[in-house]
Design a protein around this ligand. Structure first.
Ligand SMILES: Cc1cc2nc3c(=O)[nH]c(=O)nc-3n(C[C@H](O)[C@H](O)[C@H](O)COP(=O)(O)O)c2cc1C
Length: 182
């Protein structure tokens, strides 16, 4: 797939199954995640790779995270299943650095670019991927269990795998209403 085709046809894949990227492909995906615009080269991000037994650990973490706020067994069961929506998840979190010229929001944008770059790399390699967040990305128990400081942000859970079924290409969004010319 050439670069322009990738850029103008990227879309998300909610249903993902094995096989997940092998070691070589995972390295390419992570390398793409490192190659983001990054003011002052602060590397203000961290990637936590979750696969194999890691998915079960993440499932336990999610369940423990919501237990204080619910006893609804259906909700607990649904939450437990969440990490198994793909065979591989890359959790992207911030790693904010103090810098005179690079405010926090710029570092957050850079971390967001990492998620996008890794989704694009996944698609380019023939996989599907989906960027998810939700309440669990804001949850202190989840952060602590993933060794993410509470003052950092979880920017995304990037679910990656093989597309369970091929999806029709979504229509192109027209840019006319979002562009003006000076
Ligand atoms: C920061 C961020 C967080 C997101 N979180 C979720 C989420 O938790 N659940 C979800 O269904 N989609 C979420 N999305 C949206 C999907 O990743 C996806 O972009 C959306 O469904 C549109 O599909 P498309 O990527 O094929 O255009 C999020 C997107 C972004 C940028």
């Amino acid at each position: 797939m050439n670069a322009i085709d990738l850029l103008i046809t990227r879309q998300s894949t909610p249903q993902l199954i094995a096989p997940s990227p092998d070691k070589t492909d995972l390295e390419l995906i992570l390398t793409a995640g490192m190659r983001v615009p990054d003011h002052a080269g602060l590397l203000p991000f961290h990637f936590t790779v979750v696969q194999n037994e890691g998915l079960t650990k993440l499932s336990d973490i999610f369940v423990q995270a919501i237990k204080p706020s619910t006893t609804d067994q259906a909700k607990l069961d649904k939450t437990a299943k969440m990490p198994f929506r793909a065979p591989l998840i890359v959790v992207v979190s911030t790693q904010y650095q103090r810098h005179d010229k690079v405010p926090k929001h710029e570092q957050l944008i850079t971390a967001g670019c990492c998620v996008h770059a890794m989704q694009m790399a996944s698609v380019a390699l023939g996989y599907g991927a989906m960027w998810r967040t939700g309440d669990l990305s804001l949850n202190d128990h989840v952060k602590q269990a993933l060794s993410i400081d509470l003052h950092e942000d979880i920017v995304g859970f990037l679910y990656i795998g093989t597309q369970a079924k091929s999806l029709p290409l979504k229509p192109t969004k027209l840019y006319d209403d979002r562009v003006s010319y000076l």
